[in-house]
Design a protein around this ligand. Structure first.
Ligand SMILES: N[C@@H](CCC(=O)N[C@@H](CS)C(=O)NCC(=O)O)C(=O)O
Length: 386
Protein backbone atom coordinates (compact mmCIF):
# COMPACT_ATOMS: atom_id res chain seq x y z
CA UNK A 1 0.00 0.00 0.00
CA UNK A 2 1.46 3.36 -0.95
CA UNK A 3 2.64 5.45 1.98
CA UNK A 4 2.47 9.25 2.05
CA UNK A 5 5.82 10.95 2.03
CA UNK A 6 7.57 13.76 3.85
CA UNK A 7 10.66 15.61 2.61
CA UNK A 8 13.29 14.85 5.20
CA UNK A 9 15.86 17.34 3.99
CA UNK A 10 17.95 14.79 2.13
CA UNK A 11 19.30 12.94 5.21
CA UNK A 12 20.83 9.61 4.25
CA UNK A 13 19.84 8.14 7.59
CA UNK A 14 16.53 7.00 8.95
CA UNK A 15 15.02 9.46 11.43
CA UNK A 16 13.34 8.01 14.49
CA UNK A 17 10.92 10.31 16.29
CA UNK A 18 11.20 9.08 19.81
CA UNK A 19 11.75 9.64 23.50
CA UNK A 20 14.32 7.79 25.64
CA UNK A 21 11.70 6.66 28.16
CA UNK A 22 9.00 5.53 25.71
CA UNK A 23 7.81 1.93 25.95
CA UNK A 24 6.99 1.44 22.27
CA UNK A 25 10.10 3.21 21.00
CA UNK A 26 12.24 0.70 22.90
CA UNK A 27 11.17 -2.00 20.47
CA UNK A 28 11.92 -0.05 17.25
CA UNK A 29 15.21 1.35 18.57
CA UNK A 30 16.46 -2.09 19.59
CA UNK A 31 15.49 -3.45 16.17
CA UNK A 32 17.41 -0.70 14.37
CA UNK A 33 20.47 -1.15 16.59
CA UNK A 34 20.55 -4.94 16.31
CA UNK A 35 20.13 -4.79 12.54
CA UNK A 36 22.87 -2.22 12.00
CA UNK A 37 20.51 0.34 10.49
CA UNK A 38 21.90 3.89 10.61
CA UNK A 39 19.46 6.23 12.30
CA UNK A 40 19.19 9.47 14.21
CA UNK A 41 16.67 10.17 16.97
CA UNK A 42 14.52 13.28 16.90
CA UNK A 43 12.51 14.48 19.87
CA UNK A 44 8.77 14.76 19.55
CA UNK A 45 9.35 18.33 20.76
CA UNK A 46 11.09 19.06 17.46
CA UNK A 47 9.05 21.53 15.38
CA UNK A 48 8.87 19.12 12.45
CA UNK A 49 6.97 16.52 14.49
CA UNK A 50 3.72 18.46 14.71
CA UNK A 51 4.07 20.45 11.50
CA UNK A 52 5.27 17.78 9.08
CA UNK A 53 5.29 14.29 10.59
CA UNK A 54 1.94 14.00 12.36
CA UNK A 55 -0.06 15.11 9.30
CA UNK A 56 1.46 12.17 7.41
CA UNK A 57 1.73 9.70 10.32
CA UNK A 58 -1.88 10.62 11.23
CA UNK A 59 -1.42 10.36 15.01
CA UNK A 60 1.17 11.87 17.37
CA UNK A 61 2.47 8.49 18.53
CA UNK A 62 6.03 7.28 18.76
CA UNK A 63 7.90 5.51 17.34
CA UNK A 64 7.44 7.19 13.98
CA UNK A 65 10.15 6.58 11.41
CA UNK A 66 11.11 8.65 8.37
CA UNK A 67 12.98 6.69 5.70
CA UNK A 68 15.66 8.35 3.56
CA UNK A 69 13.08 8.27 0.74
CA UNK A 70 10.80 10.45 2.87
CA UNK A 71 8.32 7.66 3.61
CA UNK A 72 6.76 8.11 7.06
CA UNK A 73 5.91 4.99 9.05
CA UNK A 74 3.97 5.33 12.29
CA UNK A 75 3.77 2.23 14.53
CA UNK A 76 6.48 -0.06 15.85
CA UNK A 77 5.18 -3.23 14.20
CA UNK A 78 4.92 -1.46 10.83
CA UNK A 79 8.45 -0.08 11.20
CA UNK A 80 9.86 -3.57 11.79
CA UNK A 81 7.76 -5.00 8.95
CA UNK A 82 9.24 -2.34 6.63
CA UNK A 83 12.73 -3.78 7.16
CA UNK A 84 11.82 -7.45 7.58
CA UNK A 85 9.79 -7.62 4.38
CA UNK A 86 12.69 -6.16 2.39
CA UNK A 87 15.07 -9.02 3.27
CA UNK A 88 13.13 -12.26 3.75
CA UNK A 89 12.18 -11.78 7.39
CA UNK A 90 15.53 -12.41 9.14
CA UNK A 91 14.10 -11.96 12.66
CA UNK A 92 11.42 -14.61 12.11
CA UNK A 93 12.89 -18.08 12.70
CA UNK A 94 12.37 -20.27 9.63
CA UNK A 95 11.42 -23.30 11.75
CA UNK A 96 7.61 -23.30 12.17
CA UNK A 97 7.15 -23.79 15.91
CA UNK A 98 9.87 -21.28 16.73
CA UNK A 99 8.32 -18.81 14.31
CA UNK A 100 4.92 -19.13 15.95
CA UNK A 101 6.34 -18.80 19.46
CA UNK A 102 8.44 -15.77 18.52
CA UNK A 103 5.38 -13.92 17.17
CA UNK A 104 3.46 -14.82 20.33
CA UNK A 105 6.21 -13.27 22.45
CA UNK A 106 6.25 -10.20 20.21
CA UNK A 107 2.55 -9.60 20.78
CA UNK A 108 2.51 -10.31 24.50
CA UNK A 109 5.58 -8.11 24.94
CA UNK A 110 3.98 -5.14 23.28
CA UNK A 111 0.37 -5.63 24.40
CA UNK A 112 0.40 -7.83 27.48
CA UNK A 113 2.67 -6.13 30.00
CA UNK A 114 1.23 -2.64 30.30
CA UNK A 115 0.11 -3.21 33.88
CA UNK A 116 3.56 -3.84 35.42
CA UNK A 117 5.09 -1.23 33.08
CA UNK A 118 2.65 1.45 34.27
CA UNK A 119 2.60 0.36 37.92
CA UNK A 120 6.36 0.35 38.41
CA UNK A 121 6.66 3.71 36.63
CA UNK A 122 3.84 5.67 38.23
CA UNK A 123 3.21 4.13 41.65
CA UNK A 124 6.72 4.76 43.05
CA UNK A 125 6.86 8.57 42.88
CA UNK A 126 9.58 9.00 45.50
CA UNK A 127 11.99 6.95 43.46
CA UNK A 128 10.86 7.76 39.94
CA UNK A 129 9.27 11.17 39.65
CA UNK A 130 12.38 13.38 39.44
CA UNK A 131 13.81 11.11 36.76
CA UNK A 132 10.53 11.17 34.82
CA UNK A 133 10.13 14.91 35.27
CA UNK A 134 13.52 15.39 33.62
CA UNK A 135 12.41 13.28 30.66
CA UNK A 136 9.03 14.91 30.15
CA UNK A 137 10.58 18.36 30.60
CA UNK A 138 13.18 17.53 27.93
CA UNK A 139 10.48 16.78 25.38
CA UNK A 140 9.59 20.48 25.34
CA UNK A 141 11.74 23.30 24.08
CA UNK A 142 13.21 25.81 26.55
CA UNK A 143 10.96 28.62 25.31
CA UNK A 144 7.73 26.63 25.80
CA UNK A 145 5.35 28.67 27.96
CA UNK A 146 4.29 27.09 31.27
CA UNK A 147 6.76 24.28 30.63
CA UNK A 148 6.84 23.07 34.25
CA UNK A 149 3.04 23.26 34.60
CA UNK A 150 2.55 21.28 31.39
CA UNK A 151 4.98 18.60 32.56
CA UNK A 152 3.09 18.13 35.84
CA UNK A 153 -0.20 17.89 33.99
CA UNK A 154 1.13 15.28 31.51
CA UNK A 155 2.59 13.25 34.38
CA UNK A 156 -0.65 13.32 36.37
CA UNK A 157 -2.63 12.31 33.31
CA UNK A 158 -0.36 9.32 32.69
CA UNK A 159 -0.43 8.34 36.35
CA UNK A 160 -4.20 8.17 35.98
CA UNK A 161 -3.86 5.88 32.97
CA UNK A 162 -2.27 3.28 35.26
CA UNK A 163 -5.67 2.64 36.81
CA UNK A 164 -7.37 2.54 33.39
CA UNK A 165 -4.99 -0.30 32.50
CA UNK A 166 -6.17 -2.28 35.51
CA UNK A 167 -3.80 -1.41 38.35
CA UNK A 168 -5.77 -0.38 41.43
CA UNK A 169 -5.18 -0.58 45.18
CA UNK A 170 -7.01 -3.87 44.99
CA UNK A 171 -4.91 -5.39 42.19
CA UNK A 172 -1.42 -3.94 42.63
CA UNK A 173 -0.24 -6.82 44.80
CA UNK A 174 -1.34 -9.25 42.10
CA UNK A 175 0.34 -7.17 39.38
CA UNK A 176 3.58 -7.26 41.35
CA UNK A 177 3.36 -10.99 42.05
CA UNK A 178 2.87 -11.77 38.36
CA UNK A 179 5.75 -9.51 37.37
CA UNK A 180 8.13 -11.08 39.90
CA UNK A 181 7.23 -14.53 38.60
CA UNK A 182 7.94 -13.30 35.10
CA UNK A 183 11.32 -11.89 36.10
CA UNK A 184 12.26 -15.19 37.76
CA UNK A 185 11.17 -17.24 34.75
CA UNK A 186 13.04 -14.97 32.32
CA UNK A 187 16.13 -15.04 34.52
CA UNK A 188 16.07 -18.85 34.46
CA UNK A 189 15.74 -18.81 30.69
CA UNK A 190 18.68 -16.48 30.15
CA UNK A 191 20.84 -18.94 32.02
CA UNK A 192 20.67 -21.16 28.94
CA UNK A 193 20.80 -18.62 26.10
CA UNK A 194 21.46 -14.91 25.44
CA UNK A 195 18.13 -14.41 23.60
CA UNK A 196 14.69 -16.05 23.67
CA UNK A 197 15.37 -18.53 20.89
CA UNK A 198 19.11 -19.00 21.08
CA UNK A 199 22.06 -16.96 19.87
CA UNK A 200 20.26 -14.15 18.06
CA UNK A 201 17.28 -11.93 18.73
CA UNK A 202 14.00 -13.02 17.16
CA UNK A 203 10.91 -10.92 16.62
CA UNK A 204 9.76 -11.94 20.11
CA UNK A 205 12.82 -10.38 21.75
CA UNK A 206 11.95 -7.08 20.08
CA UNK A 207 8.37 -7.14 21.40
CA UNK A 208 9.44 -8.09 24.89
CA UNK A 209 12.07 -5.38 25.11
CA UNK A 210 9.35 -2.69 24.82
CA UNK A 211 8.12 -2.86 28.45
CA UNK A 212 11.36 -4.30 29.81
CA UNK A 213 13.51 -1.43 28.55
CA UNK A 214 11.65 1.92 28.55
CA UNK A 215 9.85 1.47 31.85
CA UNK A 216 10.93 -1.65 33.73
CA UNK A 217 14.62 -1.71 32.84
CA UNK A 218 15.30 2.01 33.04
CA UNK A 219 13.12 3.87 35.56
CA UNK A 220 14.90 4.03 38.96
CA UNK A 221 12.65 1.78 41.06
CA UNK A 222 12.04 -1.11 38.64
CA UNK A 223 15.55 -1.08 37.16
CA UNK A 224 16.99 -1.60 40.66
CA UNK A 225 14.48 -4.38 41.19
CA UNK A 226 15.50 -6.03 37.93
CA UNK A 227 19.22 -5.73 38.69
CA UNK A 228 18.82 -7.26 42.13
CA UNK A 229 16.27 -9.93 41.38
CA UNK A 230 17.07 -10.90 37.79
CA UNK A 231 20.59 -9.89 36.71
CA UNK A 232 20.46 -12.01 33.55
CA UNK A 233 17.31 -10.18 32.45
CA UNK A 234 19.05 -6.88 33.04
CA UNK A 235 21.97 -8.06 30.92
CA UNK A 236 19.54 -9.04 28.14
CA UNK A 237 18.08 -5.52 28.28
CA UNK A 238 21.58 -4.11 27.86
CA UNK A 239 22.36 -6.62 25.10
CA UNK A 240 19.22 -5.69 23.19
CA UNK A 241 20.52 -2.14 23.00
CA UNK A 242 24.00 -2.99 21.75
CA UNK A 243 24.88 -3.32 18.08
CA UNK A 244 27.21 -6.26 18.80
CA UNK A 245 26.42 -9.68 20.26
CA UNK A 246 27.33 -8.59 23.80
CA UNK A 247 27.16 -12.12 25.20
CA UNK A 248 30.67 -12.88 26.54
CA UNK A 249 29.22 -14.78 29.51
CA UNK A 250 27.86 -17.40 27.11
CA UNK A 251 31.36 -18.08 25.73
CA UNK A 252 31.08 -19.97 22.41
CA UNK A 253 27.30 -19.99 22.16
CA UNK A 254 27.16 -18.85 18.51
CA UNK A 255 24.67 -16.59 16.76
CA UNK A 256 22.00 -18.99 15.46
CA UNK A 257 18.53 -19.83 16.65
CA UNK A 258 18.25 -23.15 18.53
CA UNK A 259 18.56 -26.13 16.20
CA UNK A 260 15.79 -28.53 15.12
CA UNK A 261 12.91 -26.17 15.94
CA UNK A 262 13.65 -26.51 19.65
CA UNK A 263 11.59 -24.43 22.07
CA UNK A 264 13.18 -24.89 25.49
CA UNK A 265 11.09 -25.70 28.55
CA UNK A 266 12.20 -22.40 30.10
CA UNK A 267 10.25 -20.49 27.42
CA UNK A 268 7.13 -22.52 28.11
CA UNK A 269 7.45 -21.66 31.79
CA UNK A 270 7.55 -17.95 30.84
CA UNK A 271 4.43 -18.38 28.71
CA UNK A 272 2.69 -20.13 31.60
CA UNK A 273 3.31 -17.08 33.77
CA UNK A 274 2.18 -14.68 31.04
CA UNK A 275 -0.97 -16.66 30.26
CA UNK A 276 -2.47 -15.87 33.66
CA UNK A 277 -3.70 -12.42 32.74
CA UNK A 278 -3.11 -12.37 28.97
CA UNK A 279 -5.67 -15.08 28.21
CA UNK A 280 -8.58 -13.85 30.39
CA UNK A 281 -8.01 -10.25 29.29
CA UNK A 282 -7.87 -11.18 25.60
CA UNK A 283 -11.01 -13.33 25.92
CA UNK A 284 -12.98 -10.59 27.68
CA UNK A 285 -11.74 -8.02 25.17
CA UNK A 286 -12.81 -10.15 22.18
CA UNK A 287 -16.26 -10.76 23.71
CA UNK A 288 -16.69 -7.04 24.29
CA UNK A 289 -15.53 -6.09 20.79
CA UNK A 290 -17.60 -8.76 19.04
CA UNK A 291 -20.72 -7.48 20.77
CA UNK A 292 -19.74 -3.91 19.85
CA UNK A 293 -19.06 -4.95 16.23
CA UNK A 294 -22.43 -6.62 15.78
CA UNK A 295 -24.19 -3.64 17.33
CA UNK A 296 -22.29 -0.82 15.58
CA UNK A 297 -21.32 -2.57 12.35
CA UNK A 298 -18.57 0.00 11.62
CA UNK A 299 -18.13 1.00 8.01
CA UNK A 300 -15.38 -0.75 6.10
CA UNK A 301 -12.28 1.46 6.20
CA UNK A 302 -13.33 3.35 9.34
CA UNK A 303 -10.77 3.83 12.10
CA UNK A 304 -10.15 0.96 14.52
CA UNK A 305 -8.09 3.20 16.81
CA UNK A 306 -9.69 4.42 20.01
CA UNK A 307 -7.33 6.68 21.96
CA UNK A 308 -7.51 6.76 25.74
CA UNK A 309 -9.90 9.70 25.80
CA UNK A 310 -12.39 7.98 23.51
CA UNK A 311 -12.02 4.39 24.61
CA UNK A 312 -14.85 2.00 23.72
CA UNK A 313 -15.24 0.91 27.31
CA UNK A 314 -13.82 -1.38 29.98
CA UNK A 315 -13.83 -5.08 30.61
CA UNK A 316 -13.70 -7.10 33.82
CA UNK A 317 -11.77 -10.34 34.00
CA UNK A 318 -10.61 -12.65 36.76
CA UNK A 319 -7.02 -13.49 37.64
CA UNK A 320 -6.34 -15.63 40.71
CA UNK A 321 -9.70 -14.76 42.16
CA UNK A 322 -9.28 -10.98 41.72
CA UNK A 323 -11.29 -8.86 39.30
CA UNK A 324 -9.21 -6.65 37.05
CA UNK A 325 -10.96 -3.83 35.18
CA UNK A 326 -9.13 -2.47 32.14
CA UNK A 327 -9.97 -0.49 29.03
CA UNK A 328 -10.41 -2.32 25.72
CA UNK A 329 -7.68 -1.96 23.07
CA UNK A 330 -8.49 -3.39 19.60
CA UNK A 331 -4.79 -3.19 18.59
CA UNK A 332 -4.08 -6.39 20.55
CA UNK A 333 -6.45 -8.27 18.23
CA UNK A 334 -4.94 -6.64 15.15
CA UNK A 335 -1.56 -8.04 16.20
CA UNK A 336 -3.02 -11.45 17.07
CA UNK A 337 -4.15 -11.76 13.45
CA UNK A 338 -0.44 -12.26 12.59
CA UNK A 339 -0.39 -15.30 14.86
CA UNK A 340 -3.66 -16.65 13.48
CA UNK A 341 -2.36 -16.34 9.90
CA UNK A 342 0.70 -18.45 10.75
CA UNK A 343 -1.46 -21.07 12.49
CA UNK A 344 -4.07 -21.20 9.70
CA UNK A 345 -1.32 -21.83 7.12
CA UNK A 346 0.01 -24.87 9.03
CA UNK A 347 -1.07 -28.36 8.02
CA UNK A 348 -3.22 -30.31 10.48
CA UNK A 349 -0.25 -32.20 11.99
CA UNK A 350 1.56 -28.98 12.76
CA UNK A 351 -1.64 -27.39 14.09
CA UNK A 352 -2.03 -30.31 16.48
CA UNK A 353 1.58 -29.93 17.61
CA UNK A 354 1.09 -26.21 18.28
CA UNK A 355 -2.21 -26.92 20.05
CA UNK A 356 -0.52 -29.37 22.42
CA UNK A 357 2.38 -27.04 23.08
CA UNK A 358 0.04 -24.11 23.87
CA UNK A 359 -2.14 -26.37 25.99
CA UNK A 360 0.88 -27.22 28.11
CA UNK A 361 1.33 -23.53 28.93
CA UNK A 362 -2.38 -22.63 29.21
CA UNK A 363 -2.25 -20.53 26.06
CA UNK A 364 -4.32 -22.70 23.72
CA UNK A 365 -7.34 -20.37 23.73
CA UNK A 366 -5.27 -17.78 21.90
CA UNK A 367 -5.90 -19.77 18.72
CA UNK A 368 -9.68 -19.43 18.90
CA UNK A 369 -10.12 -15.99 20.46
CA UNK A 370 -10.81 -13.99 17.31
CA UNK A 371 -12.77 -10.92 16.32
CA UNK A 372 -15.63 -11.24 13.89
CA UNK A 373 -14.12 -8.51 11.73
CA UNK A 374 -10.48 -8.23 10.68
CA UNK A 375 -8.41 -5.10 11.22
CA UNK A 376 -6.08 -3.79 8.48
CA UNK A 377 -3.80 -0.80 7.98
CA UNK A 378 -4.21 2.03 5.54
CA UNK A 379 -2.35 5.32 5.41
CA UNK A 380 -0.70 4.73 8.82
CA UNK A 381 -3.97 3.94 10.58
CA UNK A 382 -5.63 0.72 11.70
CA UNK A 383 -9.02 0.32 10.05
CA UNK A 384 -11.92 -2.15 10.14
CA UNK A 385 -11.99 -4.44 7.15
CA UNK A 386 -15.12 -5.99 5.67
N1 LIG B 1 0.68 0.97 18.28
C1 LIG B 1 1.69 1.99 18.45
C2 LIG B 1 1.56 2.62 19.84
C3 LIG B 1 2.55 3.74 20.06
C4 LIG B 1 2.24 4.57 21.30
O1 LIG B 1 1.11 4.55 21.82
N2 LIG B 1 3.27 5.27 21.77
C5 LIG B 1 3.09 6.17 22.91
C6 LIG B 1 4.43 6.46 23.56
S1 LIG B 1 5.17 5.05 24.33
C7 LIG B 1 2.59 7.49 22.41
O2 LIG B 1 3.10 8.00 21.44
N3 LIG B 1 1.57 8.04 23.04
C8 LIG B 1 1.08 9.35 22.68
C9 LIG B 1 -0.34 9.32 22.19
O3 LIG B 1 -0.97 8.25 22.19
O4 LIG B 1 -0.80 10.39 21.77
C10 LIG B 1 3.07 1.34 18.27
O5 LIG B 1 3.21 0.14 18.53
O6 LIG B 1 3.99 2.04 17.82
Amino acid sequence: MEQKRFKNGGSANYLLYSAPHSLYVGRARSYLIKNNIQFEEYSIGHDTFRTQIVPVGKLPTIPTLVAPTGEVIRDGAAIIEHFESAVDYPSYPKEPIQQFISVLFDIIGVEGLRRPAMHYRWNFPEDNDDFLRYHFYSLMKANTSDRAVKVESVMEKLRGVTEMRGVSKDTEELVEALYLELLDALNDHFECAPYLLGGRPCIGDFGLIAPLYGHLGRDPYPSQLMKKRAPRVYRWVERMNRFDQDAPEYFDFGTDFFKSDEVPETLLTILRVLSQDFIPETRASANFLNTWLSRENPEEGSSAIFPLGSSLGSIDFQVRGKTITAIVVPYRHFQLQRLHRIYDDFDSIRQKQIGQLLDSCRMKDILSIRLERLIGRHDNLEIWLD
